[in-house]
Each structure stands twice: as structure tokens, then as C-alpha cells.
Design a protein around this ligand. Sequence first.
Ligand code: NAP
Length: 255
Amino acid sequence: MKLGFIGIGAISEHVITGLIQHGGHDEIVVVSERSRHRSARLAERFSNVEVESDNQTIVDRVDVVFLGTLPQQTLDLLDTLSFRDDQVIVSMAAIVSVDQISEKVKPASRIHRLIPMPPNELGVGPIPIYPSCPDLTPLLSRIGTVIPVKDQQQFSTFSASSALMATLFELVATNARWLESKGVAAEAASQYSTALFHSLATQSRELKAEELRTLSTDCLTAGGLNEQVLNATRDEGWYEELAAELDKILERISG
Ligand SMILES: NC(=O)c1ccc[n+]([C@@H]2O[C@H](COP(=O)([O-])OP(=O)(O)OC[C@H]3O[C@@H](n4cnc5c(N)ncnc54)[C@H](OP(=O)(O)O)[C@@H]3O)[C@@H](O)[C@H]2O)c1
């Protein structure tokens, strides 16, 4: 399967790096020149990456076209390109619907939306896809957990849910900063905090939906340290506030 990427921004670079470095994808990957510094970096790192300045030539050379442009850039870009009916188009752009893309890429009709994440570069992370695509699943499974999504409303819901990333990072950083404030050396503080959250995330990955629901209470010792923090943050309304903020994000995404 020959892959092409148009729009080599942050997310394309993560996905391509993940596919090659963790997924062992060794076929040619044709990438657009823009952004120049990222395409040059990819070509320097990976011998199977070829940079192409003309977007139509990328489309003509490949079976699957990944779009890594911003929403309006994606719509403008598609107005300039012609596709074949045997091609698969994978849009990573937020907001732009399958129908909007479909109107612009005829006779191609196999159109999918993805929500990749920076950690896919490391071979991990959720990858919601709509509509599901058995042909692409083996490829994408090399860099994360492919989650087929039933409709675009649900796709937007997953997209909103990903807005918790920075909050988690802030929790990790707060923990490390707090350790430092109590005299722990900066390196040990960051080692402890990152290893703690990494281990907990790894542990939770194995859990079923029902187990996840009761995870925080199951791991508590009655009257213990974790219970104290959980109860205090619950009493402060932290978790309701998070859910309410996700509602607002979903409204924003859904327009
Ligand atoms: N970043 C994430 O973690 C993430 C996660 C999931 C989904 N997404 C979605 O993925 C899309 C891209 O996000 P991003 O963060 O990667 O944005 P970005 O870094 O701004 O990347 C956009 C890229 O598109 C290029 N581009 C614009 N017009 C082009 C054209 N006509 N031909 C070729 N390349 C063109 C830009 O090149 P120039 O620099 O030369 O303008 C830039 O490299 C967005 O819709 C975003 O919502 C991002």
C-alpha cells in the first residue's frame, strides 16, 4: 500500500514517524514539501520518505492519501486536486465532515476521518476512525488502538474527549513541582511523577469498562491517603467540572 501525506505539520510528522519507526512500514511514503523543515527532517531520518513539491503528483503516485492540513486549508486544498476512484482518502483534519470531503474528491468514494495523537509516534494511543476501514486497520494498529466509530456525532465526542491531554500533563507536572517544593531534586521529582502516571495508565489499559468505573474506589484503602485526596477533590466538584467542560468542548466542535 503506497502512502502519501499532504500537509506535513505536527500530526503528520508524529504519524509518519510512528508508522516507520514503530510500525516497521518500509514502503515508500511520499510527503508534501510543506512544512519544509518537517518534510526535510523526515527525509533525513527515513530512507523511504520522499519529498514532493507538487500535491497532485503525490495523489497520482499513491493508494492512500492522508490529509494533515488545518480544516480550511483542507477544503481549499481539495479544490485543487483530482483523485482516482480506487483511492482511499484519510482526513486527519478536525471539523471537516466526510460529506464535505466527498463532494470534492469524486470519483473517489472511500473517505475516512481519523483522530491520531502525538503518542502514536511511540506506537501507542487511541485512533478513532470513521467510518471503520478493515483495509487500513492492520496498518494503523501498528501505531495505536484503532477505535471504529459509528457516526460523525460520536466522532466529535471522541475528539472532545481528547481535550483532557493537557490537563493530565498539568497533573503530572504539579506532582513533580510539589515534590521539588519539598526539597526533592528536580530529576528525581520528574522521574517519580512520570513513572507513577505511566504505570497507572499502563495498569488501567488492561481494564474492562465495568472495572474502570470503580477503579479509583477499588484501589483505595479505607481511611487512607488516596481516599483523602479523592474525597477532597470530589467535594470541590472537580470531576463534575471536567465533564461540564467536555460538554462545552463538544458544543464548540459541533458548532
Ligand atoms: N496536532 C495534533 O495533535 C492533532 C491531533 C489530531 C488531529 N489534528 C488535526 O490535524 C490537522 C493538522 O494539525 P497540525 O497540528 O499538524 O497542524 P499544522 O502543524 O499547522 O500543520 C498543517 C500543515 O499543513 C501544511 N499545508 C497547508 N496548506 C498546504 C497545502 N496547500 N499543501 C501542502 N501542505 C499544506 C502546512 O504547511 P506550511 O507550514 O508550509 O503552511 C503545515 O505543515 C488539523 O486539522 C488538526 O485539527 C491535530
